[in-house]
Design a protein. Structure first.
Length: 163
């Protein structure tokens, strides 16, 4: 079953890499075979102000079951990544992190590995801090063969939160 996925990433720096991931389903027989649906149309909302961007993020999260955080060199510093993680957590989306720094950009270059934003986020349970990095898996698109495995990662994540 294909899942609707919200892709979170640093637009200006990583749009080329993100597009490769978001469009990886096109070389599959159909979206169902790819194992995910992409719920975002980020091109429509660039510089409309903070409130408009947050409303857009909220709308894009509707109907999704998984948020894929594409971790590039500067994703941890992205203005809206915290808002997207918070919104995903509040709606109980499953989340995965995917390192994309080893993917080539439009100039054929790779990038430095970024900090995993899940390492900053936590909740408290029975008086103990539980960091998101302890519960949400991260992968490397290149080394973990994301092209062939993204659908499985998404499905495993969605099933884990639906229990």
């Amino acid at each position: 079953m294909a899942r609707r996925v919200f892709f979170s990433f640093h637009y200006e720096r990583d749009v080329w890499r993100a597009s490769q991931i978001r469009n990886s389903w096109v070389t599959k027989p159909d979206r169902e075979s790819a194992g995910f649906w992409d719920a975002a149309s980020w091109e429509e909302v660039k510089k409309k102000g903070k409130e408009a961007v947050e409303r857009w993020i909220d709308k894009q999260l509707e109907g999704t079951s998984v948020t894929a955080l594409l971790i590039g060199s500067e994703t941890n510093d992205r203005e809206y990544v915290d808002y997207e993680i918070k919104g995903s957590h509040e709606k109980r989306n499953g989340m995965i992190g995917i390192y994309i720094h080893n993917m080539k950009n439009s100039n054929g270059g790779t990038d430095n590995k970024g900090i995993n934003p899940f390492e900053r986020w936590h909740f408290t349970q029975n008086g103990h801090k539980i960091y998101f990095s302890e519960i949400y898996k991260t992968y490397d698109w290149i080394y973990d063969n994301g092209y062939d495995n993204l659908g499985d990662w998404v499905e495993q994540t969605a099933k884990k939160v639906s229990k």
